[in-house]
Design a binder for this molecule. Structure first.
Ligand code: PAN
Ligand code: ZN
Length: 189
């Protein structure tokens, strides 16, 4: 609540040791393995795993309603360490519903890889580590994989009207995958 001419305590706080968020309207969600059907290549290994296993958790501050033009959302995602077959645990990945909306990601804890795909179908990847900063341009599919043995946490800030389109990535598929080969993360087509 804004009280005229007073010095107030801010509504939101970040615990700078782990970027955990606290405040009034923080949404928390989690994705379990069973909700990620179809995104991992090795379906046999997928079926053999516990569908209730939590793969990632998301915290988001939504100071304005989703869809509001001009607002900003601020959040973080924690991806557990692990693999399905030899493919690292990762987020579903998406395009923004309003295609030109960009986003910042930054590494907080752990080791990861941000995998991107642009409109022309070009794919590339960037290392994520504590302090890495990533500008994700509009019209770019984005997904993050945890390539370490510990949880990977990254921050995100994006426009409140961006929206999430998860179907687009299935139409043509995400043409690259991040797998472990001889102990090292590698990208394969
Ligand atoms: C992030 C993502 C979050 C989860 O907040 O939504 O990391 O990934 P998926 O949405 O792909 O499951 C973001 O990119 N917001 O725009
Ligand atoms: Zn996004």
């Amino acid at each position: 609540m804004k009280i005229h001419n007073t010095i107030q305590t801010p509504e939101y706080k970040i615990d700078l040791s782990n970027w955990g968020l606290s405040g009034s309207s923080i949404l928390v969600s989690e994705k379990r393995l069973g909700q990620l059907k179809g995104i991992f290549f090795d379906e046999e290994s997928f079926e053999a795993m516990d569908p209730e296993q939590v793969i990632y958790r998301v915290q988001v501050i939504q100071p304005v309603q989703e869809g509001t033009e001009g607002g900003l959302f601020f959040g973080n995602t924690t991806i557990m360490p692990g693999k399905v077959g030899n493919e690292f645990f990762m987020t579903r990945g998406h395009l923004h519903e309003i295609g030109n909306r960009a986003e910042y990601y930054w590494g907080i804890i752990g080791q990861g890889v941000l995998i991107s795909k642009d409109r022309e179908g070009k794919t590339w990847a960037e290392k994520m580590f504590p302090g890495s900063l990533h500008y994700i341009d509009g019209y770019t599919v984005h997904r993050v994989a945890n390539i370490g043995n510990t949880p990977l946490k990254f921050g995100a800030c994006w426009p409140s009207d961006a929206g999430h389109n998860y179907d687009g990535i299935y139409e043509k598929g995400f043409t690259v995958r991040l797998i472990e080969k001889e102990g090292e993360p590698v990208i394969i087509e």
